[in-house]
Design a protein around this ligand. Structure first.
Ligand code: ROI
Length: 165
């Protein structure tokens, strides 16, 4: 039996033409056997969280259907990050491409290298608003409705860019 799970991924970049990084990442993710895209949010520009001494980010959220187990999905995404020449200068510093598993079905996962729901997602405008755009009725395990989290989260300078498609 093949178990299909709907997962939500966060994409972010602030180096090396971020819009292209996200577009290439989307194509690479869609090309993986066992992953099917369900939805892709608009692109959003956001001021950096963490060190202010870095360019603005471009962020988006993608919904996928997958039959990959979570840790295989994680290593697949890490491979794509590395393939796209990921530069990561410091913790909370600039990066070429960041791919995060935000949600994996309604599962709560606590592996040493993978915590789901993603630890920072519930208070980050650049995750919550794009997610709300593609899945307004979502429940976040341990945190309640996405709508409530969005209502409590200031925009923090987040700006919607042109449609990704
Ligand atoms: N800040 C923004 N705005 N967007 C990100 O994707 C992002 N990613 C990060 C840190 C450095 C925390 N700041 C960010 O990893």
């Amino acid at each position: 039996m093949v178990i299909e799970t709907v997962a939500y991924l966060g994409l972010g970049s602030n180096l090396d033409t971020p819009i292209e990084q996200l577009r290439d990442a989307r194509m690479a993710i869609c090309a993986i056997n066992g992953i099917e895209e369900i939805a892709f949010s608009s692109l959003y520009r956001s001021p950096p969280m963490g060190s202010q001494n870095q360019p603005d980010y471009v962020n988006a959220v993608m919904a996928i259907k997958t039959n990959l187990p979570p840790l295989i999905l994680l290593s697949t995404l890490q491979h794509i990050e590395n393939e796209q020449g990921r530069v990561r200068t410091e913790r909370w510093g600039a990066r070429t491409l960041d791919l995060d598993i935000l949600l994996f079905g309604d599962q709560i996962l606590d592996f040493p290298n993978l915590i789901v729901p993603h630890y920072g997602m519930t208070e980050r405008a650049f995750v919550l608003y794009p997610l709300f755009e593609i899945a307004p009725d979502l429940m976040i395990p341990k945190h309640g409705t996405l709508a409530e989290l969005v209502a409590r989260c200031p925009l923090d300078g987040l700006e919607r860019l042109a449609n990704a498609t």
